[in-house]
Design a protein around this ligand. Sequence first.
Ligand code: SF4
Length: 366
Amino acid sequence: MPALPTKPLAIRRKSRQIMVGSVPVGGDAPVSVQSMTTTLTADVNATLQQIAQLTAAGCQIVRVAVPSQDDADALPAIAKKSQIPVIADIHFQPKYVFAAIDAGCAAVRVNPGNIKAFDDKVGEIARAAKDAGVPIRIGVNAGSLDKRLYEKYGKATAEALVESALWECSLFEEHDFRDIKISVKHNDPVVMINAYRQLAEACDYPLHLGVTEAGPAFQGTIKSAVAFGALLAEGIGDTIRVSLSAPPVEEVKVGQQILESLGLRKRGLEIVSCPSCGRAQVDVYKLADQVSAALDGLKVPLRVAVMGCVVNGPGEAREADLGVASGNGKGQIFVRGEVIKTVPEAQIVETLIEEAFKIASDMGID
Ligand code: SF4
């Protein structure tokens, strides 16, 4: 049978590029990862502390909620001290949009579903945003869809989400404002995928991908990975936010892992571990967990194979940068394809960690 050609991921959809502070979104910019703080925004110290944790985890853009005047008052300090661009998330109150722009926020998110009061202020907002070079995210959410569209479609369909977004865009376009990115989030990945596909056809604005209210960490990770994976493989998506009922650092880790898995971001640490089976001669789960925990945060593009027996072990360990093929109470340690030593089972983890740090140091990375 003739070999079938390998198909690469689809060519990225051509979107216009906007700048969210120092981070380009859209065009040929790498897909960025963002998250949202869970602190009270008015608590400047707590919010900045969480932003610092998110930044350290690799978050590139952070969003903060602005539901009150106290939160709006906190924005200048947060925008000034944050190391990554800050987006102000605003519902209901147009006055906070102006406060966020004045505060130096890198962008503002508005929701067409609950900004009725915004409609007659769009011109003013567009002017203020344009003068400050601040883009607007039009963030449609199934849970807060415009009542008019609920009545028209009966529920938050993909078409309803897209119509809401494009209608809001048209209001800004009337004022010659196109510094926009869009999200159309739904908790059902199938509806969400369809909505983004339609949006990708209908406009050239950069798209912020999100499955809203995706659920607790396990379910939310899977829903987001499936939905983002489908869209990104089609070339759709310019920035992503994984929404989890879990600490936001977890969202960033999942987001990065999704991009790494698709080859859209340089791989960092990757643990290749077998699922174990009746042939396993060591506790693979424990080994993989211990190695993974010990190397967490090591910023090295390193593939580490943790394998339970000699069936697939040597093959995978040889292909990895570093690996172990276990058997008979021992582990054969591989570094870049060569067996460098065989150690007793009790020393497998410490040996892998030691070798990982040696490789990192050879690469000039601490
Ligand atoms: Fe089973 Fe060995 Fe494969 Fe692990 S490497 S799943 S122990 S056959």
